[in-house]
Write a protein that binds this ligand. Structure first.
Ligand SMILES: Cc1cc2nc3c(=O)[nH]c(=O)nc-3n(C[C@H](O)[C@H](O)[C@H](O)COP(=O)(O)OP(=O)(O)OC[C@H]3O[C@@H](n4cnc5c(N)ncnc54)[C@H](O)[C@@H]3O)c2cc1C
Ligand code: SF4
Length: 555
């Protein structure tokens, strides 16, 4: 059996069923405090040369950049944020996936890895970074993973008690709460029914959304402003504290005097040159672009680890047809999770979506595709994410970004197990036809799971995506093994820090956005010389799933 302790940490065991932790992660959030002051300039209006002076320049305004900028600004520093993308507001969000993919994603959401299986790896581009188009899931990293970081990377300070105040602060800033069953959607309902029938542990997901109406388009910009992404929370709070954002300004190089940073030069979207003179530079371009940005200038290469160790949490989805109506377009798309197999590196998390999203992501063509889409209302889809042991690398070849990632045998086998489990769940929930994402087994009757079990799966047989690039400028206390130290300072260089997914040194087995935000918040407190935040609210339940041993420890 699975039980929960008073603070919500689940104990080990199998066959737990729905966990008794439902309710808000925090019982009540007060009034939403979003300042109205806007301190943003647009690169399209800067065709010539412009020089500004700041204490700190933060490059990138995503899950890492925005929190560190806001905390530093509130701590009294003069902060400039540079963002390559534009700024978008809910008025821009039409809820039409095709339009939004082009507008809000880098390269129209077509970034893909090369290797033994192509994996689509979408990245957001704009004020708020990828948090603007993410699903809003908020899990703390498992304690066991943090302990492993101490043992393997010398990151003893990044332990659970030390990080707890920063997580609490982040969770308040972005209003983390558990999805109420009423808006979780029929897709989650059928999956929960299957999990309950099998006695598998699961629960409604914790998310950063307030007043969510379950419109189902989180990945294409939340049109109701319910999702509290960092471009809508941290960035305006940074503005209120005096920081300025330059959107449409792509940082091209860090200015140096010897080993010390003295500023940043950025190219504006009008072709102008923006120079920020400052003593401290925080690189937060995300785990794909941070290592490339640093490498181009010969920074952070001493350990040989820059651009390597790329973990991505590769993911896929199983689809199933039911006799009953599900209508995936209604409800929170990612509202339920199953952590029964999390210790084995398998997290099952909802991934529903509107019809055009389903049409784009369903691996069929022609008449088959048409037939399936005509039955869209009876279609369910659920995601499966692997805490990967495979590692990739990021580099530039012929001026182009190349993300090399080969799925190893162990992760391939984990996918097979996970897909089988998800199919079993759908059978238990009463599905009439199953669609595993496996070449050669595209369609299965409920009594035909043996065909899937008997199939040898190679990486290229899988249809995969990934949403969590991590580790390419990994933190390690030892300069010979990592790119930044435990305080996220670039080993061997002065005044340069990294605050984004690239510092996270391993797969964490859960969605990483609040881990990135908490590490960025801790960096700001460190730079300000402040003790950890006090008086942050204590959650009634802690938003992380049941993982008792880090799958990645065996890597
Ligand atoms: C579809 C999708 C769903 C997801 N769902 C979840 C979820 O539910 N929960 C979760 O925890 N995580 C989720 N994630 C992942 C999460 O959003 C990311 O892990 C997180 O946003 C990464 O933060 P970051 O700071 O590393 O990078 P980003 O948030 O990507 O921010 C980097 C920013 O830097 C900018 N930039 C890059 N280069 C430059 C430059 N040279 N100059 C200026 N600016 C630059 C980029 O344009 C971007 O805005 C999801 C991701 C995707 C794609
Ligand atoms: S489901 Fe909720 S958070 Fe997602 S887009 Fe709709 S209203 Fe926004």
């Amino acid at each position: 059996m699975s039980t929960s302790t008073a603070n919500g940490f689940a104990m080990t065991g199998t066959g737990g069923g729905h966990r008794p932790t439902t309710g808000s992660a925090y019982s009540e959030w007060g009034e939403l405090d979003i300042p109205t002051v806007e301190r943003i300039e647009h690169g399209r209006d800067i065709p010539g040369e412009r020089v500004v002076r700041a204490d700190v320049c933060v490059i990138g305004t995503g899950a890492g950049g925005a929190p560190v900028a806001k905390e530093l600004a509130e701590g009294g520093m003069n902060v400039v944020m540079l963002e390559e993308g534009d700024r978008f507001t809910p008025d821009d969000f039409t809820a039409r996936p095709r339009e939004m993919s082009t507008l809000l994603y880098r390269d129209a959401a077509q970034v893909t890895t090369v290797g033994n299986v192509p994996i689509v790896l979408p990245l957001g581009k704009g004020v708020g970074g990828t948090s603007m188009i993410n699903s809003g899931t908020c899990f703390r990293p498992p304690r066991a993973v943090l302990e492993m970081w101490g043992e393997r990377f010398g990151l003893d300070n990044l332990n659970e008690p030390e990080l707890d105040p920063y997580f609490r602060r982040v969770e308040r800033e972005v209003s983390v709460a558990q999805v109420p069953a009423e808006i979780a959607g029929r897709n989650a309902e059928v999956v929960k029914r299957g999990a309950d029938a099998l006695g598998w542990s699961g629960d409604y997901i914790w998310r950063n959304a307030r007043g969510c109406v379950g419109s189902g388009v989180c990945n294409f910009g939340c049109p109701t402003a319910a999702k509290q992404h960092v471009g809508q929370t941290y960035v305006p709070r940074a503005w209120a504290a005096g920081a300025t954002t330059f959107a449409g300004a792509k940082a091209e190089r860090i200015l140096m005097r010897g080993t010390r940073a003295t500023g940043v030069e950025a190219r504006t979207s009008a072709g102008g040159l923006l120079r920020v003179e400052c003593d401290t530079v925080i690189v937060a371009c995300g785990a794909i672009h941070t290592p490339l940005f640093l490498a181009e200038q010969g920074l952070g290469r001493e350990s040989g680890e820059l651009g390597r160790n790329l973990a991505i949490h590769p993911a896929t989805a199983v689809r199933a047809l039911f006799d009953e109506e599900i209508d995936m377009a209604r409800g929170v798309p990612q509202s339920y999770f199953i952590d029964e197999f999390a210790d084995d590196g398998i997290m099952l998390e909802g991934a529903a979506g509107p019809p055009d999203y389903a049409a784009m992501s369903t691996p069929y063509a022609g008449a088959e595709h048409r037939d399936l889409m005509l039955q869209y209302r009876n279609l369910s889809q659920f995601g499966l994410m692997v805490s990967d042991l495979s590692r990739g690398k990021v580099r530039k070849r012929a001026g182009q970004v190349e993300i090399v990632y080969n799925l190893n045998d162990e992760d391939t086998a984990t996918f097979k197990r996970g897909i089988e489990r998800l199919c079993e769940l759908y059978v238990a929930a009463g599905a009439r036809t199953l669609f595993p994402p496996v070449a050669g087994v595209a369609e299965l009757a409920p009594d035909d799971l043996g065909r899937l079990r008997d199939t040898d799966i190679r990486p290229r047989d899988l249809t995969l995506m990934a949403f969590h690039p991590l580790g390419t400028a990994r933190a390690d206390a030892r300069p010979a093994h990592g790119v930044v130290d435990a305080e996220l300072k670039l080993h061997g260089w002065e005044g340069i820090y990294v605050a984004d997914g690239s510092v996270v040194p391993s797969s964490i087995g859960v969605n990483p956005q609040i881990t990135i935000m908490a590490l960025a918040t801790r960096l700001a407190y460190g730079l300000l010389g402040k003790p950890a935040p006090e008086h942050e609210p204590q959650p009634e339940t802690i938003a992380h799933p049941r993982i008792t041993k880090p799958h990645a420890l065996t890597a």
